[in-house]
Design a protein around this ligand. Structure first.
Ligand code: GLY
Ligand code: MN
Ligand code: MN
Length: 430
């Protein structure tokens, strides 16, 4: 791995928390992701499934984690199955986990080769009544491919028709949403790498450069800091492109007088960072751009203050909407009559700010995490208001990642990434 290994204390704690949520006489199975094909013999670089990584730290294809807290034989309470390596694989693909390494990474004492899985699994299924399957229930999921997990579930249901089935996802949603200190530390590293990319771009941006050149500056800095690259497809959107929320072409020239919205984050050790900054291409905001920029920043700061234990996600979004409404009135983008007659299901401010303010972030950029119960300490959220004005040729979004504290304001993992308009101008002209 390119990254420094995460202490296996994290994965031990995570497994313990997961197993507390299981039923008596149940076992749970977690599969690696497939390596996805492109065509001919080319493949997309492997990206581990976040759940098996969260519970074991195993960052390798064809790995299976089995958890069975009530197993009669103590050594079968946690088992990691890894692909058996050999000299041929070592020459062509490079090193794979040995059993000893798999134990060191995960903190799991019992490691078997994958070829033993069917035999061991059949034996343990005779002791178990219920199997926990890991289906995807993320609130934004729209997956059309059949994953390795899906194939496993299909086969298991056929092979063991008399067992009961249960869902792992509700447990994972709860526990993955509240981060351990080791996770916050890794996320801070991801944010620091993003900061390095941003500072490089502050020196690079000028009229005439192309959006993809800006993207390349980030990637260069990310990779030389031991990141695999972008945590999600980056958006480098100059001028009116910023008003296309999921603009990812990044193929236009940045023009004098325009702003460029950059929604970019480095991954590190499979954890995401998620930053947005909006810069003036020529290093100086116009008066109007600055007024809108400062309004977005005020909304962001006010929203951040609300991310405290007890806050309800839905209420929070309503409050942010009210603050945004008052800023839009101040900017002359809304008038009072429009606000008074607004549809409560689609308030007037949505014309200029049509997406959510926050999402959980962690191993996934749009991470797992409870959204219907009060916020808790050590949840990590983005804060990302924006104002998009196609008729004026620009859009502004600002986004940081913050950790909810026991008391007081959240800890901002991006506090060192310049955001005040004056500081931005100074750095760009320094
Ligand atoms: N970059 C994706 C998001 O901000 O949610
Ligand atoms: Mn973002
Ligand atoms: Mn985001």
């Amino acid at each position: 791995m390119r990254y420094d290994l995460i202490p296996n204390t994290l994965f031990k704690k995570n497994r313990k928390k997961f197993m507390v949520g299981m039923k008596p006489k149940s076992l749970a199975i977690f599969n690696s992701n497939d390596i996805y094909p492109v065509s001919a013999d080319s493949t997309i670089p492997f990206r581990q499934h976040r759940d098996i990584f969260y519970l074991s730290g195993a960052d390798q294809e064809e790995t299976i984690l089995l958890l069975f807290p009530d197993a009669m034989d103590k050594k079968h309470r946690e088992i990691l199955f890894v692909r058996e390596t050999n000299d041929h694989i070592a020459v062509w693909e490079g090193a794979k986990l040995t059993k000893e390494q798999a134990t060191a990474v995960s903190g799991i004492d019992t490691v078997y080769w994958l070829s033993d899985f069917n035999k061991v699994f059949f034996d343990l299924m005779t002791e178990a009544d219920t199997v926990f399957f890991n289906t995807n229930e993320h609130y934004r999921q729209a997956v059309e491919t059949q994953t390795r997990e899906d194939r496993f579930i299909e086969k298991c249901k056929k092979d063991f028709p008399a067992h009961q089935w249960a869902k792992s996802n509700p447990i994972l949603q709860q526990i993955r949403g509240v981060k351990e200190p080791e996770e916050v530390e890794v996320m801070q590293q991801a944010c620091t790498i993003t900061e390095r990319g941003f500072r490089r771009v502050l020196n690079f941006l000028r009229p005439g450069v192309w959006e993809y050149e800006v993207e390349a500056e980030y990637l260069h800095e990310f990779i030389r800091n031991r990141s695999k690259g972008f945590a999600y497809t980056p958006i480098i959107a100059s001028g009116n492109n910023a008003n296309v929320l999921h603009y990812i072409e990044n193929n236009q020239q940045c023009r004098d007088g325009d702003l460029v919205l950059m929604d970019v984050g480095a991954e590190y050790a499979n954890y995401s960072s998620d930053m947005t900054r909006t810069l003036p291409v020529n290093g100086k905001f116009t008066k109007r751009q600055r007024a809108v920029y400062d309004a977005v920043l005020r909304v962001k700061d006010a929203a951040t203050q609300m991310l405290v234990p007890g806050t309800l996600w839905k209420e929070y979004h309503k409050e942010v909407g009210k603050i945004m409404t008052s800023e839009l009135l101040g900017l002359g983008l809304l008038d009072k009559a429009e606000v008074q007659s607004e549809n409560p299901d689609w308030p007037a401010y949505k014309k200029y700010f049509m997406h959510g303010t926050s999402h959980h972030i962690g191993l996934d950029t749009h991470d797992y995490g409870a959204l219907k119960t009060p916020m808790q300490p050590n949840m990590v959220f983005t804060v990302e208001p924006g104002i998009y004005i196609p008729e004026e040729g620009f859009g502004i979004r600002l986004e940081d990642d913050v950790v909810i504290q026991e008391t007081g304001a959240p800890q901002n993992l991006m506090q060192n990434i310049p955001i005040e308009a004056e500081e931005i101008e100074e750095l760009m002209n320094g």
